[in-house]
Design a protein around this ligand. Sequence first.
Ligand code: SF4
Length: 632
Amino acid sequence: MPFGYVGKILHVDLTSGKIEVEQPPESFYRTYMGGSGLAMSYLLRMMPAGVDALGPENVLVLSVGVLTGAPISGLSRVMANAKSPLTGVIGDAQGGGFWPAELKFAGYDALVITGKAPKPVYLWIHDGEFELRDASHLWGRITGEAERMIREELADDRIQVLQVGPAGEKLARIACIINMSTRACGRTGMGAVMGSKNLKAVAVRGHARPDIHDRDKVRELARWGRENFEDSGVYSMSLHGTAAGIDNLQEIGGLPTRNWSSGVFEGWEKIWGQTITDTILKDRDTCYGCIVRCKRVVETKEPYEVDPLYGGPEYETVAAVGSYCCVDDLTAIAKANELCNKYGLDTISCGAAVAFAMDCYENGILTKEDTGGIDLCFGNAQAMVSMVEMIAKREGLGDLLGEGSYRAAQKIGRGAEDLAVHCKGQDFPAHVPQAKRSLALIYAVNPFGADHVSSDHDPSYEPTQDEDTLGRLSELGLIHPVHKHDFSPEKVRFALNTQYAFSALDCLGTCLFVWGPSWQLYDMNQLVEVIQGITGWRTSLYELIKVGQRRLNMMRAFNAREGITSADDVLPKKMFSVPLKGGATDGIAISEEKFLAARKLYYEMAGWDEEGVPTRGKLAELGLDWVADLLG
Ligand code: SF4
């Protein structure tokens, strides 16, 4: 028996209903370490270039990592990968909760899902057994209802359900996959892919815990975590959720406001994590085995009634439906969050689409005739909630916005294109690149579009940063900290090296609030120790970084096959031509010249050609000759 992982992968052909078990060798697991690295190996081999992302030929991989389910914090995340209907290139999204660990307990490391079921089905996996079951009665149900019905039907209220909501069924390109009705694999439209396959849900339940190679070592690391938790960078999130840091973002001019026109929001205190704790917080929640409990559960009665079953807003949600839209009403934000979780929408892209539409409305590009009579101006909380509901149900203007702001802008025209803030079609997450310059680069070059959890953020690497954080970054050879607005070669090195580290985290399926290269509870060397303790592998930080590089290079190769070039690794025009207004980033725009120089250097550092395509030499160095062959 292997340690840490199960050694079994389930292949599900929804068209024929045939399900097979694959048992790859240990070398396969060690090469990719699970998660989206493992997923990329299937997507590249099984899918030719040019398939319709919403067609049966698309391959959806749901995977966990070799550490998932071990009894220590921050090790229960599921990765969803497929060709993205939002970006047209590789899709990637991750979510936490209890489903990821339960999939392992049920007997599998990953699900490789192909084809399209002739009618709605759900997959039931329990203690190694599996079956496809009719889901006609679940189709159209909101997530909380569908989850309850599946548990009742299978007579076990400890079953974990990962599913698509009505938005995914209706193929909204900003639909998510969600478990616990609160933990979303939010980005890149993975919910639309699952919906396009007529796969409503994957229900899992199991009793087999993964074998651990060195239990004492893992216990010792868990004890260290408990003892050091209150002094760590993640502790504030435990108290006040991921919105705990809004005060810092406001101070550095990094809180996206008014559809990315400003980095400061005058209503910031009303939407702050501390305010959530003081007003609408009902409870805190966690993921499997995690001591942090950063998840919020909120309840409100007036003016919006919000059901605590759907959790509470994360920072990204608070910003997207809050400051992006100039909305400072916490109950409206909580309602929008509930609607997104009920219907299965990515809260970031949904909030961004509303902010984009508000900008169009304020500029006369959209009128009340387009909005169905809604006064869609910035700051109108009721209008924001109504528009989120219309997107969720794909009604009126909401039907168009459910395609994402990039596609909506193309359709609307008349200058709307300049108001959509995205990279490769994916809306910006809630971190301002003018305030954190490495993100200007990473948003543009990241294979699956603008993303905030693909690299570390600039404030971690400032000379004024605390000794411990800088010491941790030094483990990656980053020993020359620079200002957050710096865009020199040192900043490019920081961006690329931390991107490799974060890429490895998404193979292992670790939570980046718990394990990571700077302010997290555990550092990268402790991550190596826990891999050694769980799997028994004689591994190192060097090998781990190679795992991260492998995933990133496979994603770039996937995109290259789809025809992506450097012309797609760009930022929206607004970032260069329209300076931000107010606060610490007042008057700041990104220099296009510096951006292009940084991108060129980044490609060279990564071992890619001038179009950003991995060279044969780089792929061979990573043991990916077969990927080089695919590129021809
Ligand atoms: S830190 Fe928060 S998101 Fe991460 S595993 Fe723990 S509870 Fe889940």
